[in-house]
Design a binder for this molecule. Structure first.
Ligand code: SF4
Length: 345
């Protein structure tokens, strides 16, 4: 298969055109065709000579996958399944339309190493890294690409465990030679890979979301094995060294499980943990998955938890539960599709 141009940053395009003996402005032209104009074929790059296009096309293709499966929820949420270069399994991107926003939730890895107990992607294990081209390709190859207003890296995989490719995808999304998006429209969510946090904070201005799920170390470790390597206390201490008082937002994601982490005591401990840190909390209704014993908190418990945090001075919202009817839990569609393929084999 020919190599993908998609996913190359401007420096890589400059190096590439230099190898062909082409002028450096050809790199700018290529970037414009790939990202601003979203072409699918080198033959469409009409300000390059026919000879240059033919020469490039001997080795290169634009790249990017079209979705191979699409599910639309009653509430308008759309889940797309994409193939991957590694061929190991599909990956998902989820489009969430809400009022005047269209948010795309991107995947950063095929499967995941983090092993979170409540997550379907974790059950796949780790099957490979996505390239920057595959990450940006999810953005460029859905039919709604021109309608997108926000991007969240909250799909399959742990973004900071694939930082070089995720960083390049962020560079493509936010650079003037790329898609020219403001980093303020992008949020990267992490379970908290501490050694990479500094690279993230210095390498981009995108918002940061941290998976919290419990204010207590032992409890969090039951859900998130990563807690043992990078304890919450160290994570919060490190977060306090960064400046979140300006445009850049820090948020904590908190999935509520019935009777397990939704008590007033938990709310008080969350307030204690986050005291003085400029941040917000997003409460998430749990999407039940097979063979996991915890169940979603009741609406009453969710609202009470939210009120306690807001009254304690931490701005807290409840994320709308979207796409339940299309298996919106991260990794569900991919796992199902793989099972279907296995049955067919
Ligand atoms: S919740 Fe995120 S970090 Fe945890 S296993 Fe699932 S994809 Fe990985």
């Amino acid at each position: 298969m020919k190599k993908w141009l998609l996913g190359k940053n401007i420096q890589e395009l400059q190096e590439m055109v230099a190898e062909y003996g082409l002028p450096s402005y050809t790199a700018d032209q290529l970037a414009r065709w790939l990202y601003a104009n979203k072409v699918r074929d080198i033959s469409q790059m009409t300000n390059l000579s026919k000879k240059v296009r033919e020469t490039l096309a001997e080795t290169w293709q634009v790249g990017g996958w079209d979705p191979i499966e699409e599910r639309i929820s009653e509430d308008g949420t759309k889940k797309y399944l994409f193939p991957t270069l590694s061929g190991s399994s599909g990956i998902e991107a989820v489009l969430i339309p809400e009022n005047n926003r269209n948010t795309l939730c991107l995947s950063s890895q095929v499967g995941c190493k983090m092993g979170c107990a409540f997550c379907m992607t974790a059950r796949m294990g780790f099957l490979g890294q996505l390239t920057a081209g595959e990450i940006v390709g999810q953005f460029l190859r859905i039919p709604e690409t021109d309608l997108l207003t926000n991007v969240v890296y909250m799909g399959m995989g742990e973004p900071l465990d694939n930082w070089p490719q995720v960083q390049k995808s962020l560079e493509i999304l936010t650079s003037p030679w790329g898609l020219g998006w403001s980093p303020g429209r992008i949020t990267v969510s992490t379970a908290g890979i501490l050694p990479v946090l500094d690279d993230f904070m210095n390498g981009t201005r995108a918002h940061l979301a941290i998976s919290l799920h419990s204010p207590y170390d032992e409890e969090r470790a039951q859900l998130m094995p990563l807690q043992k390597a990078y304890p919450l206390s160290s994570l919060i201490r490190t977060l306090r060294t960064y400046d979140f008082t300006g445009q850049r937002r820090l948020s904590f994601e908190y999935i509520l499980f019935d009777g397990w982490n939704d008590t007033p005591g938990h709310a008080a401990a969350v307030l204690q943990l986050l005291r003085g840190l400029p941040c917000r909390v997003n409460l998430i209704r749990f999407h039940p998955i097979p063979d996991f014993s915890m169940s979603p908190s009741s609406e009453g418990a969710i609202q009470a938890f939210k009120d306690l945090l807001n009254r304690g001075g931490v701005f807290t919202t409840v994320r709308a539960s979207r796409g339940l009817d299309i298996l919106a839990a991260c990794g569900m569609l991919s796992v199902q599709s793989k099972e279907k393929r296995n049955e067919a084999d």
